[in-house]
Design a protein around this ligand. Sequence first.
Ligand SMILES: [Mn+2]
Length: 356
Amino acid sequence: MKLGFGFYRHMLDREHYDFAVQCGATHAVVHLVDYFHQGGQGDEAGQPVGGHNGWGLAGGTPESMWSAASLLALKQSMKASGLELEAIENFDPAHWHDVLLDGPQKQAQLEQLKQIIRAVGQVGIPVFGYNFSIAGVCGRITRHDARGHAETVGMEGDNEMSDRAMPDNMVWNMTYAPGDPEGVLPEISHEQLWSRLKDFLQALVPVAQAAGVRLAAHPDDPPVPRMRRQPRLVYQPGMYQRLLDLVPSRHNALEFCLGTLQEMTEGDIYEVCDKHTRQGDVAYIHFRNVSGKVPHYTETFIDDGDIDMRRIVSILRKNDFRGMLVPDHTPQMSCNAPWHAGMAYAMGYMKALMDM
Ligand SMILES: [Mn+2]
């Protein structure tokens, strides 16, 4: 087991690397997609939530940053602070909107994704996390209802945002074509979406295998059957197995999000964790806690939710899990550095669990 830390695009600097190492991190996952680019969300201190118009504008990360040379420079700069770059998390909607939407640029974009995976493999980054989702992470609200009135994110039933149809220039909660939309995205079935995933996996898994990179799927957050009138893929634990069975390979793996899995209405988190870590499916873990289930849940402090995190760590140990654990999200703490304090609290708790 490795203790890791997740960095958003605007955190890729020495100060943030040092902070993570001070928290005990030895490994890192990097979100290269700039979720905040021209999005007018203002607050980059926490996780992106966004409104009707989603997060920012896709394509905010310069193309050059996705190249092998740039990834190598990133890996080396993290190494200089003592961090091993273990994973890149998420493709930019600018690179794969037509893969998700089955649009005219699908084949060209699949080739572009293959190039990214080859570059990631070339510099020795072993994992690439992705979230095959049309609506993406949305429909959540920010509230002050974690312990001690801490600011956090959750869901309180369906809302105007989660029901509203998506404009046809948006996917994955980001706008990929600037300007006004022409209409709204057509509604499709769950089977159509699974068929798009199959095309993606059949194209990418062999390339990932050759490149030595594990593709790792995040479940849908929040895990509801439909969001913004679009179907979702993995919103119950059993759907993870369906994804794995589409293209069986060590390189078709999971970005195992404990919080999202616990929010699902079916399944037992300990059984799901045991099964997939025993099978060797899990590339890395989003180690976070929640209380409640969709459509009513709250992201909590790590020791305060419905999951017994000690029991999870004992399962991971029993199954000799070798991957990375990262805190993913945490509530913000009331002080001058709400994000840092929240993360430091989660990291200290994780490190203690791992050391015990
Ligand atoms: Mn997650």
